[in-house]
Design a protein around this ligand. Structure first.
Ligand code: MOS
Length: 728
């Protein structure tokens, strides 16, 4: 099905099941421990062996010698695989560095060997016996120092690195009010609960990998490229994922090492990356330096706005698109954005939840707060008077829906923003200095091609099969809701099977596109199934309805179980998108309101209240959508106050490579949270009329918190995270 014009009325609009508060259909499996995660697959007859990785002990250089003899001879060891013994391995298109390195080393903890043994403990013990000598090469590990060497990337990424409209320099020079500040955001780790894990098993020249991955079709083709085999010989299974946040978009070393280990040992091999490898072997959100200049009239109307961003990456790594929101969020005739990339030899920087907008808004939304203070304007009002309903760089393009102002107004009213004292350091509650902060939320909406297969059986059960993943987001549930609505059955009559590469390729889970895109693919398949059933029972598909477990036409009706017959009916389709999204700017909006307390003696920072108001198209399930937003708000608390990968600038690695040193919020850090979704259906996004919401909730949170700290204390911190030492 091609979706290339605004969606008209369709069965989804009934909203009997879609849009309803339905708890996760996979919830019982999760709370009873019967949802099988990658490392837990273990059929009794599999005879699984265990793999343990060895990571490079230097950041850059080459291996001069590697002694694996002691490891090979260690108890229980079945195989030791290195780049030398693995046979020809290629680098996939989506990784900056090889997933099994050597002799050249591209980054610290790049995998250089895998040891396979009968038990995990034997594999780990043997891995420690491998002796490696290196020749170090000088590397570059300091973004600040490398900033002036940063360049525009080559190819299409470089073409998108700069934008401009009007004449920024002139307008800024002439502006009545000028603002110019620089902010930094640190390297951050996805730090999801479940580390990257895989179980690989060969059957002749075919490999099956049970893994933890967000994008099954990408994973399959990247595995085929890496191993140099036909994609049809690769089978990926990832029905449950214990968190991804972007770290599992791409094939990682766990899957490759498990496959190589399994081949060498002639046994299925299970391998989970030890926690330190999550920080240094996989990807992270790269640090940024961001300069923001804004010129306004005396009344606070933006006349000039510029946002420049710098980040570092390995050769072949990409930009962090931290200026993305600034191109679209506020009006202003004269504008420029620019991104530059410096070569660094740290592990690869790549997508982490809301790549671009998350770190971009961390800077821009402090800048707006500072500007409001400079103008003596309320920060909510400053944002409202600079709203735009068109793409400010290309005014002929309208937003399909844009309710930023409504989000701000509704949030201010609900939160009690009128009680905020604009003068800093004035509000006290016992030993706490109390402050409020606000920030806009913005994240673009992307649509991705997505396919599904649906089957109606003789029990009247509808089974959906798609390679879509559920990374904790609720995919199982919203897909079941979609099929139930389309086929006129209750949700208990729908079975959903996900994360298997033998199923039709879906959008996968990334870039907050999964919810809208994957359900739109299921919609398309259900349209095909409705046609097939109508045809089978001899009804005209143009005037049938599906309701109460029946297919109806005029005054005739047939139960679906009966219509299915003993062989059932199957249909498959894929939704593809035309250029509608190019004509219209599709974005999601929100507003965050927060209150913090800062201990006046110790500078300890505590969040007291949080509210997010979101406008993100039709909300397919208010429970799972709310969970996404409160999870994102929680992640924003980490971004504001805790998260930072500490770079060893001499040796080139992230020092705090575990969950003791890399701090993320826990329950005790999170107070009252509330989420409001504004009523919105966007017929330009898909037949579902939904948009992404999973990343929107993170965008802007950290800035709102930082602004609240400033309101509480009068101290402005421009380098994240905002920690107590910076307040003293
Ligand atoms: Mo997302 S960072 O595309 O999983």
């Amino acid at each position: 099905m091609l979706f290339d014009r605004p969606a008209t009325t369709n069965p989804i609009d009934q909203m009997k099941v879609v849009g309803q508060h339905i708890t996760r259909i996979d919830g019982p499996k999760k709370v009873t421990g019967t949802a099988t995660y990658a490392y837990e697959w273990n059929h009794a007859n599999l005879n699984v062996a265990y793999g343990y990785p060895v990571g490079a002990g230097i950041a850059k250089g080459r291996i001069s010698s590697m002694d694996i003899q002691a490891a090979r001879n260690a108890p229980g060891v079945l195989a030791v695989v290195t780049a030398e013994t693995a046979g020809k391995l290629s680098k996939g298109k989506m990784n900056a560095a090889k997933l099994l390195g050597g002799p050249e080393i591209s980054h610290y903890h790049q995998a250089i060997a895998v040891v396979v043994a009968e038990t995990f403990e034997q594999a780990r013990a043997a891995a420690s016996l491998i002796k490696v000598d290196y020749v170090r090469a000088p590397g570059s590990y300091d973004l600040e120092a490398a900033k002036d060497t940063a360049k525009k990337p080559e190819g299409s990424e470089g073409e998108d690195a700069d934008t401009s409209a009007g004449n920024f320099d002139k307008a800024f020079a002439e502006a009545a009010v000028k603002f110019d500040q620089t902010y930094t955001t640190p390297d951050q780790s996805h730090a999801m609960m479940e580390p990257h894990s895989s179980l690989a098993m060969w059957d002749g020249d075919e490999v099956t990998v049970w893994t933890s991955n967000q994008m099954i079709a990408w994973n399959k083709s990247e595995m085929a490229i890496t191993l140099g085999i036909d994609p049809e010989k690769v089978h990926i299974m990832s029905p449950f994922v214990g968190g991804g946040f972007g770290s599992k978009l791409f094939l990682r070393s766990d899957a490759v090492l498990a496959a190589l280990g399994a081949k060498a040992a002639g046994r299925p091999v299970k391998l989970a990356l030890p926690r330190p490898f999550v920080m240094n072997n996989t990807t992270h959100r790269p640090a940024t330096i961001q300069r923001i200049r804004i010129g306004t009239t005396q009344e606070g109307k933006i006349t000039a706005i510029a946002h420049e961003s710098w980040n570092g990456n390995l050769p072949g790594g990409s930009l962090e698109t931290a200026v993305a929101q600034t191109r679209l969020l506020y009006a202003g005739e004269n504008r420029m954005t620019s991104m530059r990339l410096a070569a660094l030899d740290l592990p690869e920087g790549n997508a982490m939840r809301a790549p671009g907008e998350a770190p971009g808004l961390m800077a821009l939304e402090i800048a707006m707060d500072e500007l409001a203070e400079q103008l003596n304007l309320d920060p909510v009002e400053l944002r409202i008077i600079n709203d735009t309903q068109v793409d400010p760089e290309k005014p002929e393009r309208k937003f399909s829906h844009r309710q930023l102002v409504e989000c701000l107004r509704r949030g201010a009213e609900t939160f009690g923003w009128d009680k905020r004292n604009a003068e800093t350091g004035r509000v006290k509650d016992g030993r706490w200095m109390v402050g409020m902060g606000v920030a806009a939320a913005f994240r673009n909406n992307m649509n991705m091609k997505s396919g599904a297969r649906v089957r109606l059986d003789s029990e009247g059960v509808v089974t959906v099969e798609t390679d879509m993943t559920d990374i904790g987001t609720g995919s199982y549930t919203i897909i079941a809701q979609t099929a139930a609505e389309m086929m006129g059955v209750t949700i208990d009559k729908v079975a959903v099977e996900l994360g298997d590469s033998r199923f039709p390729a879906s959008s996968g889970s990334g870039g907050q596109w999964g919810g809208n895109s994957s359900t739109a693919g299921v919609y398309a398949a259900c349209v095909a199934l409705r046609d097939a059933i109508s045809q089978k029972v001899g009804f005209n598909s143009a005037d049938v309805t599906f309701a109460d477990g029946q297919i109806r036409s005029g005054n005739r009706s047939i139960a679906l179980a009966e219509a299915a017959g003993k062989d059932g009916v199957v249909a498959e389709d894929t939704i593809e998108y035309g250029d509608l999204a190019e004509e219209m700017q599709q974005s999601t909006f929100g507003a965050h309101f927060v209150e913090v307390g800062v201990d006046m003696y110790t500078a300890e920072i505590r969040v007291r209240r949080m509210l997010s108001v979101c406008a993100a198209g039709r909300i397919l399930n208010p429970i799972t959508a709310r969970s996404q937003v409160i999870g994102a708000m929680t992640m924003g608390v980490g971004g504001a106050f805790m998260e930072e990968l500490a770079v060893d600038k001499r040796r080139g690695f992230f020092v705090n490579h575990d969950l003791a040193g890399y701090e993320v919020p826990v329950h005790a850090d999170i107070p009252h949270q509330d989420v409001i979704f504004l009523d919105e259906t966007d017929p330009t996004t898909s037949p579902m009329k939904a948009k992404g919401v999973g990343e929107l909730g993170l965008c802007g949170v950290a800035a709102a918190l930082s602004n609240a700290v400033h309101n509480a204390t009068g101290v402005r911190i421009r380098d994240y995270p905002v920690t107590l030492d910076k307040l003293l």
